[in-house]
Ligand binder design. Structure first.
Ligand SMILES: *Cc1c(COP(=O)(O)O)cnc(C)c1O
Length: 406
């Protein structure tokens, strides 16, 4: 049996795979077993931030793997400590919790929002108990706020809690009951959020600045700023899910930086370690001590090999790379906007959605035939190329896409 046949026989049938097997690669070019080359514009869904087998990344990983590959969180390792320091230095956040995936990074963020609200509520109750008994009834509710509000059309992961957070009904149908305590409001409609908050006590609001799986749609700048203002005024934790948008993808280190806000919690994963599994939840000063001893944990989280990989990636996401990302983004927009068969181009940085006249799957199939790998999101062709894809390689691939849209 060949790989396709063995996979079909033994791997759970949860993925509709493209009929392509990849055996090796370098940078943004990958090869199948017959030696056919493809330009990779998906980078493992925004994971291989510096492409396949990047030299410095590979060096960092092999150095660390030859020292110690894992020690558990019962001991200190330098890559974990240094990565947390680097992430805090570049974001102004104060503490980091490491996990293994985007869903887990979000789970941690949700736990922080809930525990922050519960701690506040308990403190208020205690203060009331100390004070005049007559004043006691003022808090009203007899449980702390726990609801986390997310946006319709969002995507936050596949665990039962992050599925509940995901604002798309079709993800919910098969797995009831999901974790309770989530509510969804329309994106770019601050009044719906305020209206909900006037009826339901809210612990947190979680958004993606650019909805990725939802169709590569950037939220309105004003809306993001209004959410920040509203959450700040009401002591509600604002979580920005930067699992896909983070780590240079949108032309800033984190997408929220495009909008001039500072969230309370940032979750990230995908491109963070350039191809090894690592999630991170970044905590602002306000929530840095919400999780204490024993409140959360992960066996693999902060693994030294993954953290060494991430150090290699994050330390190289500097202003000159980010400017390169923005330039390549402009090139893609300018080349494809208004091209025959292209209805619209959306997104931010190197996170791009192309609404095509033909069905997206047909365009992607045509691209595969012609040696270019792209993704889809909803009804769009989606591009998430490596941040360092050489301009001439990108130009060649964009020509193939343009031809396939025609
Ligand atoms: C991919 C993604 C996730 C889930 O990440 P996993 O690593 O697959 O758990 C969560 N949120 C967003 C915005 C994503 O794009």
């Amino acid at each position: 049996m060949n790989t396709f046949e063995i996979d079909k026989e033994y791997v759970a049938g949860t993925y509709r795979r493209f009929p392509v097997e990849i055996v090796s690669g370098k940078g943004s070019v990958v090869k199948d077993p017959e030696g056919k080359e493809y330009i990779d514009l998906g980078s493992g869904i925004g994971v291989t931030a510096f492409g396949i087998a990047d030299d410095l990344w590979q060096q960092a990983v092999t150095d660390q793997i030859s020292r110690v590959q894992h020690m558990s969180n019962l001991y200190y390792t330098e890559p974990c400590a240094k990565l947390a320091q680097l992430l805090c230095g570049k974001t102004g956040m104060k503490k980091v919790f490491f996990s293994n995936s985007g869903a887990e990074a979000n789970e941690c963020a949700i736990k922080i929002a809930r525990k922050y609200a519960a701690d506040r509520w308990a403190a208020k109750k205690a203060a009331e108990a100390q004070a005049d008994v007559a004043a006691k009834a003022q808090t009203g509710e007899d449980c702390p706020p726990y609801t986390i509000v997310t946006l319709r059309n969002s995507f936050h992961g596949r665990t039962l809690t992050t599925l509940a957070a995901t604002g798309q009904d079709h993800f919910h149908e098969l797995f009831q009951p999901l974790t309770p305590g989530f509510a969804h409001v329309a994106a770019n409609d601050i009044d719906e959020l305020k209206d909900l908050a006037s009826k339901t006590p809210i612990a947190g609001v979680m958004i993606e600045c650019v909805q990725g799986e939802g169709g590569v749609i950037a939220l309105d700048r004003d809306y993001i700023r209004e959410v920040r203002e509203f959450t700040e005024e009401n002591d509600i934790i604002m979580i920005v899910d930067e699992v896909q948008t983070g780590n240079g993808r949108t032309g800033e280190l984190y997408a929220y930086m495009n909008f001039g806000i500072q969230p309370d919690v940032v979750s990230t994963a995908k491109g963070l370690a350039g191809g090894l599994p690592l999630g991170a939840t970044l905590m602002s000063e306000k929530v840095q001590n919400v999780l204490g001893f024993g409140d959360h944990g992960s066996t693999f989280g902060g693994n030294p090999v993954c953290c060494a990989a991430a150090l290699s990636i994050v330390s190289r996401i500097d202003e000159s790379l980010l400017e390169e990302v923005r330039q390549k983004s402009r090139y893609i927009f300018e080349t494809l906007e208004g091209a025959p068969g292209v209805e619209s181009v959306t997104g931010l940085g190197l996170m791009i959605g192309i609404k095509t006249v033909k069905p997206a799957a047909e365009v992607v199939g045509k691209c595969i035939e012609n040696g270019v790998l792209c993704l889809t999101a909803k009804d769009k062709v989606r591009l998430l190329p490596a941040l360092n894809i050489p301009m001439e390689v990108l130009a060649k691939a964009v020509e193939v896409i343009k031809e396939a849209c025609r």
